[in-house]
Design a protein around this ligand. Structure first.
Ligand code: SF4
Length: 467
């Protein structure tokens, strides 16, 4: 008998930090499979026009649109995003002209009768763009695409850089969800990360958004930043809960100074918390959110029980994409702007991170794709397994065997074997009918998913679980 799907509650088992300490190993976040580090620049192999033509063959498949708006007025030293730091407003206007060219190139290739079910403005700081420029971008999008009635239209908001005028334009364009970057409310931590953001600004931004009718609010927090302690993160959670968010994303700070040189200053100042402190911080945040009635969606996401994400988690219809967890199934993602990644059932493709390369391609009248990946049949099977684990926390062996005309447990015997140590710890269970992650195993979803990741199996890393 297949193991039952076990919906979450606000009273999930306490986080077992010892288990995380023992088993958590670095690995992909599986916002895609294969992960983006497998993308290559052999564009002839990718055959993007063929990929898009194949995607058009199902006119009922919805569209999801992403726009990367990369400008920021100043650099937050922890930042891992693709950003351009400037105060020059004219750069935003020039960039918008380029986005319009890219929209025209993509629109000429896709079936525009397909409904747009999701739109996201990410960055950078999308509100670096003036109200007029946001209006202009929104108008082009509404002229070009057909939006579904219940489309989810969202934006990232920096509470330090947002005006009532911008919020009004966004609400008029149909934006119904906003994600606010808060990170930590402690002033000393904010000074250490070069992002001073008094709590008053957060409250003001939330009030502006709600007043304009943008009611679904997410906050981004980060733990593991310089000068953070369990006390500062506990206070941060208290502060942000007072603003009544619907969702929270709680990210672990990624310290990669060899990729992001601005982070070097943290090492120079010696203010970084250690790995044990970081784990304790996550424990404190996770416990506080559960006690406040939030549902643990998976990885770093928490939502109120009545939020669509929590409902999808409850009903087993959760999806995963480049923005993390999502409620919208089966959409193809068309992404615009530097560094953005698109996906269809058959492929992923990415724009250049360099503004000059992006600009050059558009000046030559071609799609600015720099690299990508076309999935093999085996990649697609493994993507289904990994997303099944990441979203549903289970695999139905009978269904998979039927769909793939194989004996699933035999075909993937080596992968299941590699999970035995986790099974012995009571983190994952399986029988002839299926596999399920237990409550204890939920914080280690990624580790279970990694057992089915062929890109790691090839390097022998998934088998590291057996030692
Ligand atoms: S505002 Fe956001 S995107 Fe810009 S530097 Fe700060 S963290 Fe990065």
């Amino acid at each position: 008998m297949i193991l039952p799907h076990d919906p979450p509650t606000g009273e999930d088992a306490a986080l077992d930090l010892d288990l995380i300490r023992k088993y958590a190993i670095p690995g992909p976040r599986y916002t895609s499979y294969p992960p983006a580090n497998r993308f290559h620049d052999r564009l002839a192999d990718l055959d993007l026009d063929g990929v898009i033509a194949a995607d058009n063959r199902d006119p009922s498949r919805p569209l999801s649109l992403y726009f990367h708006l990369p400008f920021c007025e100043s650099r937050c030293w922890y930042c891992g995003c693709t950003t351009i730091i400037t105060r020059r407003q004219d750069w935003a206007a020039t960039y918008l002209a380029e986005l319009k060219k890219e929209i025209a190139l993509v629109a000429a290739r896709i079936d525009r009768s397909r409904p747009v079910e999701q739109l996201h403005f990410g960055g950078g700081t999308p509100t670096f763009f003036s109200a007029e420029l946001l209006q202009e971008l929104g108008d082009v999008l509404h002229r070009t695409f057909r939006f579904a009635e219940d489309a989810e239209l969202s934006i990232e908001i920096d509470p330090r850089v947002v005006s009532a005028e911008q919020v009004k334009v966004l609400a008029d364009l149909g934006i119904n969800r906003a994600s606010l970057g808060i990170q930590d409310t402690n002033t000393e931590v904010q000074q250490a990360i070069h992002r001073v953001q008094p709590d008053e600004l957060n409250r003001k931004a939330v009030d502006l958004l709600r007043l304009a009718g943008i009611r679904d609010i997410n906050f981004d927090l980060i733990y593991g930043l310089p000068l953070q302690t369990v006390d500062t993160v506990a206070q941060t959670v208290k502060d942000v809960l007072a603003l009544r968010p619907d969702r929270l994303s709680v990210f672990s700070y990624a310290h990669v100074p060899w990729i992001k040189p601005a982070q070097r200053i943290f090492d120079q100042r010696g203010q970084m918390p250690g790995p044990e402190d970081k784990l304790a911080m996550f424990g404190v945040i996770s416990r506080a959110l559960r006690e406040a009635g939030f549902i643990d969606i998976g990885l770093d996401h928490f939502a109120r029980p009545d939020d669509p994400l929590a409902v999808a988690r409850q009903e087993g219809t959760l999806q995963r994409n480049f923005q993390g967890y999502s409620t919208r199934a089966g959409a193809s993602l068309y992404a615009f702007g530097i560094s953005s990644i698109s996906s269809s059932p058959d492929a992923y493709w990415q724009n250049p991170k360099s503004l000059a390369a992006y600009r050059q391609a558009l000046a030559e009248g071609r799609l600015p794709t720099e690299k990508g990946y076309r999935l093999t049949a085996e990649d697609k099977r493994r993507r289904r397994l990994i997303m099944g684990i990441m979203c549903d926390r289970r695999l139905d062996f009978k269904q998979l065997s039927e769909d793939w005309d194989c004996d699933f447990a035999r075909t993937y015997e080596a992968e299941l074997q590699s999970l035995k140590p986790l099974r012995e710890e009571g983190l994952v269970e399986w029988d002839d009918a299926g596999l399920a992650i237990t409550r204890r195993g939920e914080p280690l979803l990624r580790v279970v998913a990694m057992a089915f990741d062929q890109t790691l199996v090839r390097k022998g890393r998934a088998h590291a679980l057996t030692v």
